[in-house]
Design a protein around this ligand. Structure first.
Ligand SMILES: [Mg+2]
Length: 331
């Protein structure tokens, strides 16, 4: 199977519109198999052990039949990187027509974070707000921020805080010591866990963030949702339209979905290999087919392709091979 993967692998370099996670191009490896396209796109700095589920997910996408859709449309949220002027906030929010939920990146500077939230609230006064902290606060900082938020804004405005602190113990302490109601969504705690099934989330996490690639694919994400019995939000890792297509497929297949999903991050890319329309804050549950012309236009150099082939080879040999043979998947 490894030979088939390497033979069918294309590396695409997607320019971003804003500096998101400190990068201005997003490199992804796409693999075409019998069932369509899979995406292998762990960020460049990720360490080897983290890459296995990403490759398993890409192989699932390329070789396995589609999960059955239970809905036709999914609501999406706007995703706002850590920009600091009102003009930037306004411009970025306009990329998500009809969205009534905004996920705001915060955590590096409380003053700037509050200003960013205020701009969002001015531009979209009725939008539900989510704050994504990527685990960077300790419990005390989280409490201070939450109380500061409630001093300035209506408490109904805050839908949840995504990963305010890094560890499960801190999340639990935060929930028990917070004097105001606050919902916590778990992202890194799930996708960076050695075994995301073996986590005791009670009194720590209220909402599960599911990302197809770091969780090892759509079927495994569906199993995780079932296992933890929590409301879920399907989100992305700034993938190309192919990876987003798998997120849409997961969101489409979940038995219940009560929250808007973070699958509109393609709006943060200046070019992509397919267009996934957003209308009235929704995306349609449909297959995504990359455009051959755009793939040629955005193809990375031979050196970068070689680098990704080596990355796949390594990831395969340190454990992905065993998982694939256990799953009984064939090319
Ligand atoms: Mg997050």
């Amino acid at each position: 199977m490894l030979d088939s993967i390497l033979k069918n692998l294309r590396v695409i370099s997607l320019p971003t519109k804003t500096d998101f996670r400190g990068i201005d191009t997003r490199e992804v490896a796409l693999i075409e198999g019998s069932a369509g396209w899979g995406e292998f796109s762990p960020f460049l700095e990720y360490d080897q052990n983290e890459l296995i589920p990403w490759l398993v997910s890409a192989i699932e996408g390329a070789t396995q039949p589609r999960a059955k859709a239970t809905r036709k449309y999914i609501d999406i949220n706007a995703t706002l990187p850590e920009v600091n002027t009102r003009a930037e906030v306004e411009s970025i929010l306009s990329w998500y027509p009809g969205a009534t939920t905004v996920k705001i990146k915060v955590g590096s500077d409380q003053g700037k974070d509050m200003a960013r939230i205020k701009y969002v609230h001015e531009v979209l006064p009725n939008a539900a707000l989510r704050l994504d902290v990527n685990g960077s606060w300790d419990v005390e900082q989280a409490l201070e921020f939450i109380y500061g938020f409630y001093d300035s804004f209506d408490e109904d405005l805050l839908q949840y805080i995504e990963q305010p602190c890094a560890t499960l113990a801190e999340l639990r302490e935060l929930k028990s010591s917070c004097m105001v109601p606050v919902k916590i969504a778990g992202d890194e705690i799930i996708r960076k866990a050695e075994d995301p099934f073996d986590l005791e989330l009670e009194d720590a996490v209220d909402i599960l963030i599911l990302k197809v690639a770091p969780l090892g694919g759509i079927e495994r994400s569906l199993a995780l949702a079932k296992h933890h019995r929590l409301p879920v939000v399907v989100s992305s890792a700034l993938e190309s339209a192919v990876g987003i297509g798998h997120g849409i497929r997961l969101a489409g297949a979940l038995p219940t979905l009560d929250f808007a999903c973070g699958l509109a991050t393609g709006q943060l890319l200046a070019s992509d290999i397919a267009n996934i329309p957003i209308e009235g804050g929704k995306m349609r549950v449909a297959d995504v087919t990359p455009s051959e012309a755009l793939m040629i236009e955005l193809e990375a150099s031979a050196e970068r392709t070689q680098w990704w082939q080596d990355r796949v080879r390594k990831t395969w040999s340190v454990g992905a091979d065993e998982i694939i043979s256990e799953m009984g998947w064939h090319w």
